[in-house]
Design a protein. Sequence first.
Length: 638
Amino acid sequence: MCGITGIMAFNEIGRMHMIHLAKATGLLKHRGPDYQGTFITERVALGHRRLSVIDPRPQGHQPMSDGTGRYHIVYNGEIYNYRELRQQMQNNGQEFTSDTDSEVLLYLYIKHGVQCLNMLNGCFAFAILDTAENQLLLARDRFGINPLVYYQDKDKFVFASEMRSLLAYNIPKTLDYQSLQLYLELNYVPAPNTMLTGIKKLLPGCYLMINASQNDEVRYYNIPEPQEVPVTSLSYTSNCKELAELLEAAVVRRLVADVPIGAFLSGGLDSSVLVAIASRHIQKLNTFSIGYLDQPYFDETHYAELVAGKFATNHSVYKLSISDLYQHLFDFWDHLDEPFADSSALPTYILSKYTSKSVTVALSGDGADELFGGYNKYEAIQRSLKPGLANSIIRSLSLITGLLPKSRNGALSNKFRQLDRMARGLELPVDERYWYWASIATKEEALKELSEQALLNLDQLETDERRQYFLKQLGPEPTLNHVLRTDLQLVLPNDMLTKVDWMSMAHGLEVRVPFLDHELVNFVTGLPVEFKINQGKRKRILRDTFKDLLPGEIYQRPKSGFEVPLLGWMRTELSGLIENELLHQSFIKEQGIFDPNYIGGLKKRLHSKNPGDIPARIWGLLVFQRWWKRYMPEGSIA
């Protein structure tokens, strides 16, 4: 991966902002520590930070130009089938000066235009300038693996891999209150919006064509619509075989690199399957795990060690204490360009830091849960779509579960929390139930967090429209496959992939995700629900396909999230930040965004016997406050 940025000026005022290119490019150094390059014309300036993974020679530096000097590219990503595409073009007489996928992509565009996007197997965000047409193409991969943000006004169009680079062009910083509300509900801001008004994220599977008169976003890829094929017409065994072949091919494609490569290994099903396959092709594969010294409920490293032992990997385990988390906290927060409160981003940041000391590229199992139905909520949704005695019993227990102690901090209290959320969700219509189970707070709870002044700035109709953009993906009669498809568009790119990209690239580590090979995704999305969840077995076809390859403990073990022990941490090391700084009542009053009395009530619940999801909500507030102090009051970037 790399970092890209650029500006297209529409007039002389826009041209004045081109002087910020060097700073904007330099702010992406962590994404590409190996080389910085720029290209400047009268109206367009492009910047690139390179992480050398394929052909590290100077011939691969960017911005890269074609032989005529008409076309110029800045590119962040990996095209895994670039060698086949390169050979095809060479057979037709095309000459290359490097062995990079960026040069292949440039000439593919010159020959095929935007149709080249359908030929690519990989992850990418790039910009190509056509100086003859004074036109700029921006494109993002099918699933949003690589980020791309942009801003446009009457004077200029600017883009970058990260918001910190974008803000270097001195664009205005105004809080988007609709994004804030959704952030308080979800703990992240869903695309295409950001926390700042006017700054947008290019949606996955889309491209933009920019010139002085147009800014047209076009979708070139859609995740296939679910087709509910009768199970009786399909052979489960043959589909297992096809899945094995597609995943093997996806992994092999992602092992191409001119630098050391390894894999994250949590000990869960997804990462274990990837390590099993990759170990067939790389002897003594480097694998990396992270766990907790004094929190056994949150520690999975013994499962990872089972897998590492079976496949003879070169395995490294990093055990963290609560104090280790705190030592990394502020550096971690400094890599959040907008509020992002998935707490598992912190251990991902630390794991990436240690991993980058040994390898430049790592495989990750992201995407498998959304494809195969791995999360607890999917089983709950599947049950809820089939009304019966079990649902009636759970509904009837809602009064009891409301009284039970609930938190994420222990096995029993977490079960009570999950049962309570399921009971409450069953009372809602299907679309509201989906959103409730995808959220950390309800709409009503989020609104209570805001001050009266913030509520005056909030356009509730706009917020509801943004929510409906995703809910409409469920369709009029949703099945579990519709829910999985919706999560592939909401949760995966905006939470999971954002987390992995930001945290890995903070340390110049490239992470590759074989489960998001589009050929594999197209296949899996077409499988019937019963192949994914059946009689309480989640990820059924993935488990069964690789059952004989994995240790028995991995096949049998339940899903476990990459959790942080927030509750205990907030009652100890984080208490000072909560009580005396970021959530201090006087700061909240002066800031004017949140209701100090309601926030005070949330803080009190941290110390109750029934904290529920309050730690996650408090974490979201801490992340926002830290971001606000860093970016907003003085209008500058550190």
